[in-house]
Design a protein around this ligand. Structure first.
Ligand code: CA
Length: 221
C-alpha cells in the first residue's frame, strides 16, 4: 500500500511518515502542494494524506486538482483548520475524511485502515492479558505472577496500548501520539522512562520486549 503525505511541517511530516511506515505502508512525502500534485500524477497511490495550509498551492487547490485527475484516490485531510466551512469545502472538493490537528496517530491509522481494508474492532474487556501480564482495567492494576502493582495514568495507558496490540511491535511514535497526545516527536525519552518504570513495577519477568529501532512488543502468548 502506497501513501503520499503532503505536509510542509517537517516534524509532522516525519512523525506521520514513520507512524505509517511502522504499519507497513510505503510512504513518500511532499513538502508543498505543487510537488504533491507532481508526485500524485507520476505514480500509483492508494491514499493521500493532505495538509491544507501549504506554501504555494494550498491544500484545497491541491485537492481540487487531485479530484479532477484521480477521482478514485482517497484523500484524508489533516489540518489545523477545524472550522465547519473549511471541512465542508474539503468534502465538497472530494476529500474522503478530515482530521483536525492536533490529532492522534492511532486515529489517523484507524481511519486509513477503514479506507484501505476495514478496521479491526476491540472489545472493552475488563481484564486484558498478554504473555504473563494481566491488566485489571477497572482497578488500574497490573500483575505478573504473584506480583501486583498500581499504575500511574501514563503507565496504565502505555500498558493498555501494548496489551491491546499484544504480539505486535508498537512504535515509539505511535505511543507518543496515543499515550501522550503528541503529534510530533518531542525529542525526549518519555516513552523509555515510562517503560523502565513499568518494568521496575512488574519485575524482570514481564514480557515487555524492546525491539531495536522499531519500538516495543508485549508477547501475545
Ligand atoms: Ca501546514
Amino acid at each position: 500500500m502506497r501513501i503520499l503525505v503532503i505536509e510542509d511541517e517537517a516534524r509532522i511530516q516525519a512523525f506521520v511518515a514513520r507512524g505509517l511506515e511502522a504499519e507497513g505502508y510505503t510512504v513518500v512525502a511532499a513538502g508543498d502542494g505543487r510537488r504533491g500534485i507532481d508526485l500524485a500524477s507520476g505514480a500509483h497511490w492508494d491514499l493521500v494524506v493532505l495538509d491544507l495550509l501549504l506554501p504555494g498551492l494550498n491544500g484545497l487547490q491541491v485537492l481540487r486538482e487531485l479530484h479532477r485527475t484521480k477521482p478514485e484516490l482517497p484523500v484524508v485531510i489533516l489540518s489545523a483548520r477545524s472550522d465547519v466551512q473549511t471541512k465542508l469545502r474539503g468534502f465538497e472538493l472530494g476529500a474522503t475524511d478530515y482530521l483536525a490537528k492536533p490529532f492522534s496517530l492511532d486515529e489517523l491509522l484507524a481511519r486509513i485502515r477503514v479506507r484501505l481494508r476495514g478496521a479491526p474492532t476491540f472489545g472493552d474487556e475488563h481484564v486484558l492479558r498478554g504473555g504473563n501480564v494481566v491488566l485489571d482495567v477497572a482497578r488500574r492494576q497490573a500483575g505478573v505472577g504473584d506480583r501486583t502493582a498500581d499504575l500511574s495514568d501514563r503507565e496504565f495507558r502505555l500498558l493498555h496500548h501494548l496489551l491491546v496490540h499484544a504480539g505486535e511491535v508498537v512504535s515509539r511514535e505511535r505511543l507518543l501520539s496515543d499515550v501522550w497526545g503528541y503529534d510530533f516527536d518531542p525529542g525526549s525519552n518519555v516513552v523509555e522512562v515510562c517503560v523502565r518504570r513499568l518494568r521496575q513495577k512488574l519485575g524482570p519477568d514481564a514480557a515487555i520486549e524492546t525491539v531495536r529501532s522499531a519500538g516495543y512488543r508485549l508477547a501475545a502468548e
